[in-house]
Design a protein around this ligand. Structure first.
Ligand SMILES: Cc1cc2nc3c(=O)[nH]c(=O)nc-3n(C[C@H](O)[C@H](O)[C@H](O)COP(=O)(O)O)c2cc1C
Length: 189
């Protein structure tokens, strides 16, 4: 069975990020792809402890036994990944950053990637600021660093001018909703 994991890095389960991730999920499921959605905020994930277990043993496995183990399992089993995070203080949320740091086992000491390029990843970012370019540099850096694991970066969406409950709901922005849906539909194409 073809599986895609969606990681939601927002603590708000009905926020804009989750809504757009839901559109991507709809696009994936319409392709007959099974979807596993993980709310990172629900998991107990420690930061990388820099023990270098993965490097010393040259393994794509982590010595820290916490909820990240189930995410690692999903990384191995999934054919693709969607990462959805709000922008907090010009970067991804702390929940998303914890996940990223714990992807260290997939990058060898010589920077060789350990995940196969057949696994694709697309990203959804949401931000309050109306200037879509404002956080482009940290966003591009984040995506590049995730790509060091071997995942092939397929596409991304920066959905801007959003603040759930305060500004116009993301559901009324057809461009963002359609793009999120299409990113799900096309992730593994
Ligand atoms: C702690 C915190 C920091 C934030 N920092 C930024 C920021 O630096 N730039 C920005 O455009 N929006 C920022 N925002 C706004 C969120 O990125 C935006 O509202 C986002 O759509 C929230 O996603 P959600 O609805 O899924 O929770 C911040 C929000 C919070 C709670």
């Amino acid at each position: 069975m073809t599986i895609v994991t969606i990681l939601v890095g927002s603590p708000r389960k009905s926020g804009s990020t989750r809504i757009l991730a839901g559109e991507a999920e709809r696009g994936l499921k319409e392709q007959g792809i099974a979807v596993e959605t993980v709310f990172l905020n629900d998991l107990k994930i420690k930061g990388c402890q820099a023990c270098y277990y993965c490097k010393k043993n040259d393994v794509a496995a982590c010595a820290v036994k916490d909820d990240m183990q189930q995410v690692h399992q999903l990384m191995q089993e999934s054919d693709g990944l969607m990462v959805a995070s709000p922008i907090y203080f010009a970067g991804v949320t702390a929940q998303t950053k914890l996940w990223q740091d714990r992807m260290f086992p997939y990058i060898s000491m010589n920077l060789a990637p350990k995940l196969p390029p057949t696994k694709k990843v697309s990203f959804i970012f949401t931000q309050n600021q109306p200037d879509v370019h404002l956080f482009e540099t940290p966003i591009r850096t984040f995506m590049h660093m995730v790509g060091l694991t071997g995942l092939t970066v397929k596409d991304y969406l920066i959905a801007y001018d959003l603040d759930a409950g305060v500004k116009t709901p993301v559901t009324e922005n057809k461009v963002f909703m359609d793009k999120a849906y299409e990113m799900g539909r096309d992730l593994l194409r």
